[in-house]
Design a protein around this ligand. Sequence first.
Ligand SMILES: [Zn+2]
Length: 304
Amino acid sequence: MSLPLIHHPGYTIDLPASHPFPMAKFRELKKQLDKEIAGQEARWLIPDTVSESDLRRVHTRDYLQTFLNGKLDHADQRRSGFRWSEELVERTRLEVGGTLLTIEAALEYGLACNTAGGTHHAHADAASGYCLLNDLAVAAAYALAKRWARRILIVDLDVHQGDGTALIFRDDKRVFTFSMHGADNFPARKQQSDLDIPLPRGTGDDDYLATLAAHLPKLLERVMPDLVIFDAGVDVHADDRLGHLSLSDGGLARRDAYVIRLCRKADIPIAAVIGGGYDRDLVALANRHAQLHRAAHQYWLAQR
Ligand SMILES: [Zn+2]
């Protein structure tokens, strides 16, 4: 048995260098993981694009028709952060398919890591903040519909609040949304998660990890999820272009190892996605995202 890593072969869209969302980071991440851990009891799985019926559990018919068929108007495109293209739709559907495969693999093997995912700002009926479809929500709804899980905890540690996910599951007790984020980061108008922990500007490793440790163990006991979906956004890093927190590389590694260990010790399957991360230095950025896969790999090897 080896650790399932989810790879997205279709990530070929190149955005202008000035665009804050660096798509090329996905290729750089794959390259780093190929060098470091793939083949050493870690293997790549390749997802299919998500079907429209799986998207329909979360997104409205109108929004899907508009987005999938290229009818987003100028204001919608601005709100999404992307110019519409067929390649963008394909890439986005593949991203959601990747998160579905990640939860499927996590439920089978206990732990699985995506090399994309975490588009938590997407609402049921609208794109927002570089998020077109909400993969976390679609994946949670998918697991519930298949009866693979009855109670799901979404642990969203991206620096931005998981506002889309919070709103989608606001009245659904089967999904508990936990968001720990920068108080001063996007979105300006936050939604209400089941538990929100806003952090002050400049929060560093020790305070961050102590706050997480004050909440996550209690949440696992209280929610008793049979699946955790973990958004391991690295935009909490001190060098991130958009985030206002100050974690180090070491702090990120400790965070991800902690979340994985805590869930697995409680025998809860954990499906991890990489979330946000913004830096013009793609090697440094991919290295930050790879902390998640390294932490998962080390845990995996230690459990053999
Ligand atoms: Zn983010």
